[in-house]
Design a protein around this ligand. Structure first.
Ligand SMILES: NC(=O)c1ccc[n+]([C@@H]2O[C@H](COP(=O)([O-])OP(=O)(O)OC[C@H]3O[C@@H](n4cnc5c(N)ncnc54)[C@H](OP(=O)(O)O)[C@@H]3O)[C@@H](O)[C@H]2O)c1
Length: 315
C-alpha cells in the first residue's frame, strides 16, 4: 500500500510517499481501507518534533473508510461497515490503517467519508467540552481559535447550549468573519500582542492556544465561578498558568485530554456528533482536499494557517 512515512523530524519535505506492506488488524483493532484522512496541526507538530512520536512512522491520526478486517476480540459485524475515528497515535496517512475498535464509530448512512472525518473528532470533542463546562443559561463564553475545526463547532454549540455572549479569537480577517458566521458576537485578533486585555467577565474559556496568553485569560475569568477548559496547545506551549493564578480568584482549570476523557468522547460524543450530521443539526466543515501524495502541501497549508475548514487527504 502507499503511505506517508516520516524517518526524521523536520519541515513538510520530510514526508515521504512509500510503498509498504498493509498492516494487519491486531487484537482489539480493525483494519480500515481509508476513503478520507484528516489533517491537523497535531500531525504537523509530530512531524516537526514539537510533539515527539517514535520514528520512523506512518504519520496520521484520523481516518474514515470501510472496515476490511476485524482482529481478535472485535465484533466481526463491523467488517464491511464505514467507520471514522482515530488511530490513538500515528498511522492514518495511508491506504490502510489499523485502528483500535474502541476509537472508531460507525458512520451513519448518507454521511460522506470526508464529512465524517472532518467533523468526527472535532465535533465530538466540542460536544465533550460544552458538556464538561456545564454551561449555564446566559453565561459569557470565550472560544480561542474560533475558526479552527474544534473552535467553529464550539462557537455553534455554545450558542445552542444557552451562552448569552460568545467571544471568539481568530487570526486573519477572513478567519474573523468566519468566527462571526459561526455565531460569535465579538471576535478578537489573537495575533495582536496583549489581546487578552480586551477580555472581561468570561464565565467559561475554552483554552486551545496555550503559552503566556492563557494567564491573561485566567485574569478575565469571573471570580468564584469562572472555569477554563484546557484542551489544546496550538502554540506548542502549555498554558503559563500557576495554581496561585487560580487560588486568589477562586476559578478552576479543567484538563480535557487523556484516556478517561477520550473514552467519554468515543462512547458518548462521537455517536452524538454523527447523529447531528445525519439529521442536519450540525454541518461538517470540509476544507481543501489533497491526494495522499500531496501530504506535504497539506502540511504547508496547516502551518501557514491558510485553510478554512478541515483539510482532508484522499488516498
Ligand atoms: N483534547 C482533545 O480532545 C483534542 C482533540 C482534538 C484537537 N485538540 C486540540 O484542539 C486544537 C485545535 O485543533 P483543530 O484541529 O481544531 O485545529 P485546526 O482546525 O488545524 O486549526 C488551527 C487554527 O488555530 C489557529 N491558531 C491560533 N494560534 C495558533 C498558533 N500559535 N499556531 C498555529 N495555529 C494557531 C490558526 O487559525 P488563525 O489563522 O485564526 O490564527 C489555525 O488555522 C489543537 O490544539 C488540538 O491539539 C484537542
Amino acid at each position: 500500500m502507499r503511505a506517508i512515512v516520516v524517518h526524521e523530524t523536520g519541515g513538510p519535505e520530510v514526508l515521504s510517499l512509500e510503498d509498504m506492506p498493509r498492516p494487519e488488524a491486531g487484537p482489539g483493532q480493525v483494519l480500515v481501507r481509508a476513503q478520507a484522512i484528516g489533517v491537523s496541526i497535531v500531525e504537523a507538530h509530530m512531524r516537526a518534533g514539537i510533539m515527539p512520536v517514535p520514528l520512523p512512522a506512518v504519520l496520521g491520526v484520523e481516518a474514515a473508510g470501510e472496515v476490511v478486517a476485524a482482529g481478535e476480540g472485535v465484533d466481526q459485524g463491523l467488517v464491511g461497515r464505514t467507520v471514522a475515528g482515530v488511530t490513538g497515535g500515528t498511522g492514518s496517512y495511508a491506504e490502510y490503517a489499523a485502528m483500535p475498535a474502541a476509537m472508531v464509530r460507525p458512520v451513519p448512512e448518507g454521511v460522506p467519508a470526508a464529512e465524517a472525518v472532518a467533523a468526527g473528532a472535532a465535533l465530538a470533542v466540542a460536544l465533550g467540552l460544552v458538556h464538561r463546562a456545564a454551561l449555564r443559561e446566559g453565561e459569557t463564553v470565550l472560544v480561542e481559535a474560533g475558526a479552527s475545526n474544534v473552535g467553529g463547532y464550539l462557537i455553534q454549540l455554545a450558542r445552542e447550549f444557552g451562552a448569552g455572549r460568545v467571544v471568539a479569537t481568530a487570526g486573519a480577517g477572513e478567519k474573523r468573519d468566519r468566527a462571526r458566521e459561526f455565531g460569535a458576537d465579538t471576535v478578537i485578533d489573537h495575533r495582536e500582542e496583549g489581546w487578552t486585555a480586551q477580555l472581561d467577565g468570561i464565565d467559561v474559556a475554552f483554552e486551545s492556544i496555550g503559552g503566556d496568553s492563557a494567564r491573561g485569560v485566567v485574569e478575565a475569568l469571573t471570580p468564584g465561578t469562572g472555569r477554563m477548559l484546557y484542551y489544546g496547545r496550538l502554540s506548542g506551549l502549555a498554558p503559563a498558568v500557576t495554581p496561585d493564578d487560580l487560588l486568589g480568584r477562586g476559578v478552576s482549570l479543567v484538563g480535557c485530554s487523556g484516556p478517561a476523557w477520550f473514552r467519554e468522547v468515543f462512547d458518548v460524543h462521537y455517536p452524538e456528533g454523527f447523529a447531528r450530521l445525519a439529521d442536519g443539526r450540525t454541518k461538517a466543515v470540509v476544507g481543501p482536499t489533497f491526494p495522499l501524495d500531496q501530504a506535504a502541501q497539506a502540511h504547508r497549508l496547516v502551518e501557514e494557517r491558510g485553510a478554512q475548514g478541515k483539510i482532508v487527504l484522499i488516498p
